[in-house]
Design a protein around this ligand. Structure first.
Ligand code: GAR
Length: 212
C-alpha cells in the first residue's frame, strides 16, 4: 500500500510573525514527500512584512496578512478562516503574540508551538534535567536563547509542544538539546537552535499525524 493511503490527511494552518524558516522546513519536507498526507492549507501573519508570507506564496500556498487590532477580533477572524480552509491543526511557527485561553481551549491538542528552550515532560515545572544530569531553569516567553545565555547554562535547546493556556507550558511532542558555545551571542545561539528546529518541526508534525 502506498504511503498516501496509510497516512491520515492533515491540513495545517501556520501562524507566523517573521522569517518563517520553520514554515519553509515544512514546505520543503512536503515537497520532498517526507510528510505524505500533510498539506499547508493556509498561512496567516500578524505582520505585513513577514518574509514567511513570501515563502508561502512561492509554494502557491494561500497566505494572508491579518492585522492585529484587538486579540478578540483577530481570533474571531482566524476561527472563521480555519473553518473555511478545513484546517485540522494549527502550527505556531514563530508566532509572537499570546493567544487567549478561549481560543486555545477550542482546539485541545490541535495547536502546536515551537519554543526555543527545553520544556520538561508534561510541560509544567521550573526546571529541566539535561542529558548530562544537570538541572537548568525553564526559559519561557520572549528571548529564551538570551535568557539561557544570561543564566550561564551550558546547554539549552528547543521544544515542539501542544499549546495550553499557560505560556510555553504544554506537553512536549519532541525536543532536542543544543549546546551553548564559547562566544555565543543571542543571534548565533538562535541560529543554531533554528537549524535543529527545522528537523524538529517536521518530526513533530509526523508524530501528531500518527496520533490523530
Ligand atoms: C523560532 O526559533 C521559534 O522557536 C521562535 O521564533 C523563531 C521563529 O523562526 N519562537 C518563539 O520564540 C515563540 N515564543 P522562523 O520565523 O524563522 O521560523
Amino acid at each position: 500500500m502506498e504511503d498516501q493511503h496509510i497516512n491520515k490527511r492533515l491540513r495545517i494552518a501556520a501562524l507566523i510573525s517573521g522569517s518563517g524558516s520553520n514554515l519553509q522546513a515544512l514546505l520543503d519536507a512536503i515537497e520532498a514527500r517526507h510528510l505524505p498526507g500533510v498539506e499547508i492549507a493556509l498561512v496567516i501573519s500578524n505582520k505585513a512584512n513577514a518574509f514567511g508570507l513570501q515563502r508561502a506564496l512561492k509554494h502557491k500556498v494561500p497566505a494572508l496578512y491579518l492585522p492585529w487590532r484587538t486579540r478578540e477580533e483577530w481570533e474571531r477572524r482566524v476561527i472563521d478562516l480555519l473553518q473555511l480552509f478545513q484546517v485540522d491543526v494549527i502550527v505556531l511557527a514563530g508566532f509572537m503574540r499570546i493567544i487567549s485561553a478561549d481560543f486555545i481551549t477550542r482546539y485541545p491538542e490541535r495547536i502546536i508551538n515551537l519554543h526555543p528552550a527545553l520544556i520538561p515532560d508534561g510541560g509544567k515545572g521550573d526546571t529541566y534535567t539535561t542529558s548530562d544530569g544537570s538541572l537548568i531553569p525553564v526559559f519561557r516567553g520572549m528571548h529564551a536563547p538570551l535568557q539561557a545565555l544570561e543564566a550561564g547554562v551550558r546547554v539549552t535547546g528547543s521544544t515542539v509542544h501542544y499549546v495550553v493556556p499557560e505560556v510555553d507550558a504544554g506537553p512536549p511532542i519532541c525536543r532536542r538539546e543544543v549546546p551553548i558555545e564559547a562566544g555565543d551571542t543571542e543571534d548565533t545561539l538562535q541560529e543554531r537552535i533554528k537549524k535543529v528546529e527545522h528537523q524538529l518541526i517536521v518530526e513533530a508534525v509526523k508524530i501528531h499525524q500518527q496520533r490523530v
